[in-house]
Design a protein around this ligand. Structure first.
Ligand SMILES: *Cc1c(COP(=O)(O)O)cnc(C)c1O
Length: 383
């Protein structure tokens, strides 16, 4: 059996080596390392794939979130509602811009924003809501957009873990994750569903004016060379990363399909065990003309009920099975965010699940032997 890895980037690269190498070579030969033609190519290809009017490439997913908030003109003191259970970037950029991160709890099934808690968190200072499509499944965007429109708020989607996922409306219509909110941010960190070979990110929007504003902000606030109209940042997707992404984008659907197949196998092998709460089973759905991806399994995350999660993780590690815990400490309890004086009792679900969750290896190269071995080890631990 191949050595089990949390993410097998090398195995994936081996299968697309010639496409990636040719694409990178094109950049090397042209020496257009910054803002080369492949950056524009990738932008256009991604706009088409997502069905959004504007993609603004940038340096990483954290910048993408920050720039999205700058583009919306959020000002110090404004409040932004997001979730307690996410990667720190989401909250970090809110704090960095002098905005106030108002954290709410998540749902116990999908681990995304509990939309029933949003309206209570809204104050006259609230300006935006940031849903995170955690682990590859979209938050309840339909309700979030309704609440936002009722209270005149912006919605910023954090799509770092949901590239290629579809959001399915109650009437059956589906839209790519990132194409619904006023603006969206994603990351192309190597281990993400669409990853480059370094850092990368992008912002999406259907709003022409906002897109114009964002294009300036990523480039020192310049709309005309050496005319700095707003305070901006330097956040570029470099041409070599764009070359990698351009070569990989055509494979994104097949990568997400491979993740779903692995998730389905995990579900089959681990189903029916009372102490394991598996991810929702909504894997692939097809409508008449195209495939719909409800869940793109950035992570395959399980909750271990009434048992010792950390011992399970150590047990799996001792059998050479890497295992992640996303995320072990809720953001409301992190030292950096103590100043916001969060209320412990506001986060029963995050507090509970942060003690129970573990994520099994999930990537595009997992094979049946590996899944057998991993699931057997989990079952062995449970005795
Ligand atoms: C990875 C990630 C980010 C940040 O992306 P970087 O490219 O690493 O800056 C933001 N939000 C979530 C939910 C993420 O998983």
């Amino acid at each position: 059996m191949k050595k089990i890895q949390m993410v097998d980037l090398k195995g994936q690269y081996n299968k697309i080596k010639s496409q990636v190498n040719n694409s990178i070579n094109e950049v090397l030969e042209s020496s257009a390392f910054i803002n080369g033609p492949l950056v524009k190519d990738f932008q256009l290809n991604l706009e088409k794939y997502l069905g959004v009017k504007h993609v603004i490439p940038c340096a990483n997913g954290t910048d993408a979130l920050q720039i999205a908030m700058m583009g919306l003109g959020l000002k110090p003191g404004d409040e932004v509602i997001t979730v307690d259970f996410t990667f720190a970037s989401t909250v970090e950029v809110i704090a960095l811009l002098g905005l106030k991160p108002v954290l709410i709890d998540v749902c116990p099934n999908l681990y995304t924003m509990n939309v029933d808690l949003i309206e209570n968190a809204i104050t006259p200072k609230t300006r935006a809501i940031v849903p995170v499509h955690l682990f590859g499944h979209c938050a309840n965007m339909e309700v979030i957009m309704q609440i936002a429109s009722k209270h005149n708020l912006f919605v910023i989607e954090d799509c770092a873990q949901s590239m290629g996922a579809d959001y399915i409306y109650s009437d059956g219509r589906s839209v790519k994750s990132g194409a619904i909110g006023h603006v969206s941010a994603t990351s192309f960190f190597p281990s993400k569903n669409l990853g480059c070979y370094g850092d990368g990110g992008a912002i999406f929007t259907n709003d022409d004016d906002l897109a114009h504003s964002l294009r300036g902000i990523v480039n020192h606030g310049m709309y005309k060379r050496y005319h700095h109209d707003v305070v901006g940042v330097n956040s570029r997707l470099d041409s070599i990363q764009a070359a990698v992404l351009n070569a990989k984008l055509p494979f994104l659907d097949s990568y997400n399909r491979a993740r779903q197949i692995a998730a389905t196998k995990y579900n089959e092998k681990l189903g029916g065990i009372e102490s394991l709460k598996l991810p929702v089973k909504r894997c692939g759905v097809s409508n008449s003309n195209n495939e719909v991806f409800c869940h793109v399994f950035h992570q395959y995350t399980v909750r271990l009920i009434d048992n010792d999660r950390d011992s399970l993780v150590s047990y799996l590690n001792s059998k050479d099975i890497p295992c992640g815990v996303y995320y072990p400490i809720p953001l409301h309890r992190q030292k950096a965010y103590k100043i916001y004086d969060y209320n412990e009792s506001d986060f029963p679900i995050t507090n509970q699940i942060s003690k129970e969750v573990f994520s099994l290896p999930m990537h595009t190269e997992l094979d049946d032997d590996q899944i057998d071995y991993i699931t057997k080890a989990v079952i062995e631990f449970l005795g």
